[in-house]
Write a protein that binds this ligand. Sequence first.
Ligand code: SF4
Ligand code: SF4
Length: 297
Amino acid sequence: MSDKIEVPFQSNLVPTILDLGSKIQFRCHKGISCFNACCRSADITLTPYDIIRLKDHLGKTSTDFLKDHTVPFQMDQDGLPGVKLRTDNDGACLFMTDEGCSVYKDRPTACRYYPLGHMARLNAGEKKEEIDYVLIKEDHCKGHEENRELTIQEYLSEQETAQYDEMNREWEQLMLMKRSGGPSVGKPPEATLQMYFMCSFDMDRFRRFVLSDNFKATYDLEDSLYEVLAKEDTSLMQFGYRLMKQVFFGLRTIPEKEGVWDKRVEQRQEVWEARRQAEIQRQQQMEDQRYSSDSDG
Ligand code: SF4
Ligand code: SF4
């Protein structure tokens, strides 16, 4: 089966779409002539779970990890923020050593998948997404010349992607929903994009936000949930997905405190009234100035 798919490399070829049962010929090992070649030109988009694994590996806060090891980029035309691994000026990953990857146990999803690309697809009328795979063949990668055949399923088990897939699923769903919603979702306001960045990538800042008095006054959550969110990054990350689905798509799964909505409308009305009064005052001042300059003349 052949179809068009976004792939993370430049090519005019229409790649072949593969599934878990498809066979590939590939082997990567330390003795191979191209060892580290892929990490010398790394273009790695990070998922929220990648960041949790890497910042824990390095013993850093998420805020410091983002500052020290990532660069921001826009994931779509609406400016949805994403992050990539920082590289040196020649494009080499900062985690690369002569011995290979220094964060191998916690390496990002994209590094585990390579030389496979994957993308979730939501068929019309279906709730569960399907995953398409493509085989990326780059000239520098000699792993394709190795004499070993295995299925994509076998390759992914070898790379231990299951935990990553599980943790990335809802984030990929969120982006798929946004993509499928197209213009009906529209360009989110700047504050929503900033919130998306915090909920997705900066768990330490997001935790402070969730545990703030302001948040607690707005959302009606059990104390036991707050206790979990206070200490578990992955639970907090998954809670962030729920919050974003609520903010982007109005899927209300996080209960709000009674009267919060009315209070918000009331506060907005106060703001609108204040703006209206300010506008009346501004026009009055302009009128006064006009009359005073007419009478001066
Ligand atoms: S994280 Fe590791 S595997 Fe991924 S690009 Fe960097 S050095 Fe290579
Ligand atoms: S075989 Fe491919 S994936 Fe393995 S080190 Fe060489 S370039 Fe990287």
